[in-house]
Write a protein that binds this ligand. Structure first.
Ligand SMILES: NC(=O)c1ccc[n+]([C@@H]2O[C@H](COP(=O)([O-])OP(=O)(O)OC[C@H]3O[C@@H](n4cnc5c(N)ncnc54)[C@H](OP(=O)(O)O)[C@@H]3O)[C@@H](O)[C@H]2O)c1
Length: 251
């Protein structure tokens, strides 16, 4: 079942697909180690996603070669998908580095367009390093995203935040916010009310606390909150994807 992503002219499924595991298996917080999926596993997973009505893919330059693999392997038509990527963090040689300057954001968006083999990105979020307020108030990151939005490279902008104060401040300048919300960490719950008033698109990350909680109760909690549009669940297992959509549909 599709849902309008706040005031964005985008219709997404209640489950979206997180793609960290498409491209990165080092320095991640999942409970068990895993091998990166083969191209066939990704193509089959994306085809299954499409059949299930999961149309938003969440990726980032910091997710290893996730963007490149999506660009190479995406089935169907470009307009069938909502591509959400990020800017501000790069991951190379086993280490993350952050740069929220105008030049870095401009270069990173240009690189994402190239990697994803597209001439527009549906959503670009600032990939916070934890200093949400500094990024918002002391850097040109958002002004740069606004400029790229006006230019047509990006349709909607926002932030993947790490603090409640950051989420509240980011609401002022965001079409879409990506928030952590799960049974263990409910700190963003009050942000949802403010977001609903502004009709901001709300995507949730870490809904299973990165795989440490059961799918059914986690999704019932997360998607049961007013103001939440879609839960971005990371998986490379099409059985899990199917199960997540089933649980989401039964809420
Ligand atoms: N800073 C940021 O912007 C940020 C940070 C974290 C995450 N994110 C985004 O949010 C997405 C989700 O976050 P996450 O991957 O950290 O955590 P998550 O979605 O809470 O958990 C993902 C883990 O849950 C497992 N899983 C998924 N469905 C399952 C099911 N039905 N039954 C049992 N296990 C299941 C997955 O393993 P299998 O592969 O085996 O299914 C995976 O290891 C990421 O992929 C990313 O797109 C963004």
């Amino acid at each position: 079942m599709g849902v309008k992503l706040g005031r964005c002219n985008l219709e997404t499924g209640r489950i979206s697909l997180g793609t960290v595991k498409f491209g990165r298996n080092t320095d991640v917080k999942y409970p068990t180690k895993f091998e990166l999926p083969t191209d066939k596993v990704i193509v089959d997973l994306l085809s299954e996603a499409q059949a299930l009505g999961v149309n938003l893919l969440d990726t980032a330059p910091a997710y290893g070669n996730s963007e490149q693999r999506i660009g190479q392997l995406l089935p169907g038509l470009r307009q069938d998908w909502i591509l959400c990527t990020k800017t501000g963090e790069q991951y190379a040689g086993g280490e993350s580095s952050y740069d929220f300057s105008s030049q870095a954001v401009t270069d990173s968006v240009a690189q994402s367009l190239k990697h994803l083999k597209t001439d527009y990105l549906d959503i670009v979020l600032i990939h916070s390093n934890g200093d949400d307020l500094d990024i918002l108030h002391q850097t040109d990151a958002f002004a740069t995203l606004e400029r790229l939005k006006e230019k047509g490279d990006i349709r909607y902008i926002g932030m993947s935040t790490k603090s409640v104060a950051g989420s509240i401040a980011a609401l002022e300048v965001s079409d879409v916010l990506m928030l952590t919300l799960n049974l263990e960490d409910q700190s963003n719950i009050n942000v949802l009310k403010a977001a609903e008033k502004k009709d901001t698109g709300i995507l949730l990350k870490k809904v299973f606390a990165s795989g440490h909680q059961t799918a059914e109760e986690s999704l019932a909690f997360a998607l049961g909150q007013r103001g939440v549009h879609s839960a971005v669940v990371g998986t490379i297992d099409s059985g899990h994807l199917k199960e997540n959509v089933y649980f989401a549909d039964s809420i």
